[in-house]
Design a protein around this ligand. Structure first.
Ligand SMILES: [Zn+2]
Length: 84
């Protein structure tokens, strides 16, 4: 098991497991992972039943690539960025 983890890490295949504590960057809205730069996240969301488009999403997310905990952006964050 331990050697397997070392091999995965060397090959860039390492992901957080239940025994690894993920980095936590929650609190500052982001569209990219501050740890690895990834732009794909695991996030809770709902779909519009008529259009099948994304209807709503939660802000607590986990980077799909490295497992870092983040707060993802929403349209209000873009407006606030424009005003600052
Ligand atoms: Zn990441």
């Amino acid at each position: 098991m331990f050697l397997s983890r070392i091999f995965q890490s060397m090959m860039g295949l390492s992901r957080s497991t239940s025994t690894d504590k993920p980095l936590n960057f929650r609190g500052i809205p982001t569209a990219a992972c501050p740890n690895c730069g990834g732009e794909w996240f695991n996030v809770a969301m709902t779909f519009d039943r008529d259009t099948y488009d994304i209807d709503a999403w939660g802000l607590d997310a986990e980077c799909f690539g490295c497992g870092t905990l983040v707060t993802v952006v929403c349209p209000v964050d873009a407006v606030e960025r424009e005003l600052s």
